[in-house]
Design a protein around this ligand. Structure first.
Ligand SMILES: C[S@@+](CC[C@H](N)C(=O)[O-])C[C@H]1O[C@@H](n2cnc3c(N)ncnc32)[C@H](O)[C@@H]1O
Length: 410
């Protein structure tokens, strides 16, 4: 649908920009017809888009990656082996050990060490942290997210896979990191498949929630290596590489202003609710960046926040009431200077969900668009399908969302 609209507006044109490129599914679709530049403020998006649209040939077989991954995993298990075995034992009979699994999810974060874990778990956590980490290994994913969002075993495997991916350069690295990002999204013990908040395993009365423990057990049974290999296959099957395709991490208005790019058509899919994407995808961002970020503190305790959110994570003006109007005005000015046509996706106000109000009305949006474009049409797209990097088997699967497209031409 988006691609048809872009093709109609671009005429014979051959270049497109996908602003706010997210998981890269629209970039891939556009890459069937255009040379595509994908832009998003998040590094995880750049990695996904690079894997999906940039040129590069997959290594004939992935054995080198797998061998390095296995050796990094072995190294990490020197430090975390006993903690991993302890949790795997619990997961063998979760109904009998619901309290222990709850303690791992609620208090098992090695970075936070809130002192409230069960005595056995606390002892093993302390023991792990005083065991030296073999040279050259990084364990950020284990220390930050193990226990809370992943089983310790999954976290060790993800950490080792990230290190193995980082032994490669350029597009090869992005392809491996993208597969690890997909695996993390698939295997996480989370609410709704993204990382906005960890599972709550205890109710208001202090009782362990059996249903949540079952859900966590099912998530923890997922194999990171299987998920990574199937993501690699999916990426290789889906990708649409082109010599002029490129993926960029940048704030879109700044990028338009500073780079002054030229294209035949721009597709823009900005955020429309007050929920910041950086809160949903912070774990994936850490995987993509390979850093060890500061964590926002819980204001009440001063300790790391329960969700382990990255400090200084990006707050988009498109997701704030005060910022949206000015941000859209600048976006329209920048887009109209760079391409004669713009397809903008926006979701109208959902009357059934007053908790997720839009930051700007469609009327205000079209009025702003008309300041920069001569022709502005609003098209209703019923049941347009949108990709999400969450849930179920596939990393690029769809959900039904009523949506509008605003078509702008100079
Ligand atoms: C609605 S999602 C895009 C979804 C995407 N079309 C897909 O198929 O996955 C919005 C995206 O905008 C990005 N974003 C938010 N504010 C931004 C800004 N100022 N500049 C660039 N990207 C931004 C977010 O990181 C997020 O990936």
């Amino acid at each position: 649908m988006v691609v048809c609209a872009a093709r109609d507006l671009a005429g014979e044109g051959a270049t497109a920009i996908d602003l706010f490129s997210g998981t890269g599914s629209t970039s891939v679709a556009l890459a069937c017809s255009f040379a595509v530049t994908s832009v998003d403020v998040q590094e995880y998006s750049r990695v996904m888009c690079s894997a999906l649209i940039e040129e590069g040939s997959p290594i004939v077989d992935d054995r080198v990656f797998l061998d390095r991954w296995a050796s990094f995993k072995e190294g990490l298990l020197c430090r975390y082996g006993r903690l991993v075995s302890y949790e795997q034992g619990i997961l063998g009979s979760p109904d009998e050990n619901a309290g222990e699994l709850s303690s791992i999810i609620e208090h098992g974060c090695l970075l936070a060490m809130d002192g409230m874990a069960s005595p056995e778990l606390s002892g093993l956590m302390r023991e792990s942290l005083v065991t030296p980490l073999p040279d050259g290994l990084t364990d950020t994913i284990v220390r930050y997210y193990g226990g809370t969002y992943f089983s310790y075993l999954q976290a060790v495997e993800l950490s080792a896979a990230c290190s193995a991916a980082r032994t490669f350069d350029g597009w090869q690295r992005d392809r491996y990191l993208a597969s690890v990002i997909c695996a993390a999204s698939h295997c996480g013990s989370t609410v709704g498949g993204q990382f906005a908040q960890p599972l709550r395993t205890v109710d208001r009365r202090g009782l362990v929630k059996t249903k949540t423990i079952r859900k966590a057990t099912a998530c923890r049974a997922k194999s990171v290596s299987r998920a990574t290999m199937s993501a690699l296959e999916e990426i290789d099957a889906l990708r649409k590489p082109g010599p002029h395709n490129t993926a960029i991490r940048a704030e879109c208005r700044e990028w338009l202003r500073e780079q002054k790019p030229r294209a035949d058509v721009i597709y823009a899919d900005p955020p429309y609710s007050r929920y910041h994407y950086s809160r949903y995808y912070h774990v994936l961002e850490t995987i993509a960046r390979g850093d060890s970020p500061d964590i926002t503190p819980n204001p009440a305790t001063g300790r790391p926040s329960r969700g382990m959110y990255r400090a200084g994570r990006y707050q988009s003006p498109f997701s704030t009431r005060g910022g949206a109007s000015g941000a859209f005005e600048e976006l329209f000015v920048g887009c109209s200077a760079s391409a004669p046509a713009l397809v903008l996706s926006y979701s109208p106000y959902p009357s059934d969900r007053p908790s997720t109000p839009r930051m700007i009305t469609i009327d205000d949006l079209t009025a702003l668009a008309k300041q920069s474009y001569r022709h502005v049409d609003v098209v209703k797209v019923d049941d347009i399908t949108h990709s999400k990097l969450t849930k179920k088997e596939s990393f690029l699967e769809t959900s039904e969302t009523a949506e509008l497209m605003i078509l702008c031409r100079n």
